[in-house]
Design a protein around this ligand. Structure first.
Ligand SMILES: C[S@@+](CC[C@H](N)C(=O)[O-])C[C@H]1O[C@@H](n2cnc3c(N)ncnc32)[C@H](O)[C@@H]1O
Length: 317
């Protein structure tokens, strides 16, 4: 197994740069990818099991029911390249349905999870060549070819696409086109627009797991950047942004306060928020437009029985 590793210092510098820039802006924002340190990734796995979080259940039901159709779409002898692989639970469903799969390339910034997922999948599918890549998939990078790759197929489940703004999403779709090559295909899972109550509850569960996931970002800043955030002085909220068609997660300051990190001080007014994640919700039509702008056409559109979630099979133009 090859492991493309970035130095820890570089990651820490990027983190510091993003946090300082994000908290210095008029509207305080932090990139959602920093939510996924080891604890954040574990909390996300807990979220996927919550009653309110229909997203994982709906997508998994499509992957189960359409396993044979998905395998036909991908074809035999393929290599699966997964963007934001996380725990890779759904990946096993796809791989198990494939005829003679050759390779699996999980890409993720969450290093601990990436190693665990790669190990588990390599041991369940011993004939598969597993080559994890630890990277921000928004950076421009190559996926080195392996002689036995066969046809490459991209897999981007979990509605992670929804965390990207339109420019990032288009850039990633184009990068996927470069990675997957001529004749490349991709399977992308996106959450569909639905009533706002259902959406908001999915991002603000009664047990408080999503709140812990969001607040963990402040804990991470405290630990890794020497910050002095007092977590009890911030509250998790989820909001619907009608213009963006997105559920936003914010951390609301409960009082006027100042926070110091990286030798800089940041002021927070009461009710001021840090915007930590957007989860955009699509319709079949709005996703098709996005895909087309990124160089892909929709060949297959699968949904669960309740039409909560969409899984799309894409072919490069
Ligand atoms: C919403 S979770 C989905 C996990 C899993 N694929 C699933 O379907 O349950 C997002 C995953 O993408 C990873 N991720 C988020 N932004 C990323 C980025 N910019 N580059 C690489 N990985 C990223 C996170 O670490 C996390 O594992």
């Amino acid at each position: 197994m090859h492991h493309v590793n970035k130095s820890i210092e570089l990651v820490e510098n990027e983190f510091a740069r993003d946090v300082v820039a994000g908290l210095s802006a008029d509207v305080k924002t932090l990139p959602s990818r920093w939510l996924y340190d080891e604890r954040g990734s574990a909390l996300f796995e807990e979220i996927t099991k919550l009653e309110e979080y229909y997203v994982t259940r709906a997508e998994t039901s499509i992957l189960r029911e359409r396993q044979a159709d998905i395998a036909d779409f991908i074809g035999s002898g393929a290599t699966l390249i997964e963007y934001g692989a996380g725990a890779g639970i759904k990946t096993e469903l796809v791989l198990a349905g494939l005829r003679d799969p050759r390779g699996y390339v999980p890409i993720d910034i969450a290093d601990a999870f990436l190693a665990e997922t790669s190990k588990r999948i390599a041991s369940r599918f011993p004939s598969l060549c597993v080559r994890p890549i630890e990277r921000n998939f928004l950076d421009v990078f190559e996926v080195p070819f392996d002689g036995s790759d066969g046809r490459r197929t991209g897999f981007f489940p979990g509605s992670t696409m929804g965390n990207l703004n339109t420019i990032e999403a288009q850039a990633l779709l184009m990068q996927m086109g470069r990675h997957l090559g001529d004749g490349g295909r991709a399977i992308i899972g996106v959450d569909l627009q639905k009533n706002v109550d259902t959406l908001l509850r999915a991002y603000d569960d009664r047990a408080g797991v999503t709140a812990a996931f969001n607040l963990n970002l402040l804990e991470r800043i405290n630990t890794e950047l020497g910050g002095d955030f007092r977590l009890e002085q911030f509250k998790h909220v989820s909001r619907w942004n009608e213009i963006e068609k997105a559920v936003e997660m914010h951390l609301v300051s409960l009082c006027d306060q100042r926070v110091t990190l990286c030798a800089q001080t940041f002021l927070f007014r009461t009710s001021e928020t840090i915007h930590t994640e957007s989860s955009r919700k699509y319709t079949a039509e709005s996703f098709e437009r996005l895909a087309r702008a990124g160089g892909w056409k929709v060949a297959e559109a699968w949904q669960d029985a309740d039409a909560l979630f969409g899984l799309f099979g894409l072919i490069r133009y």
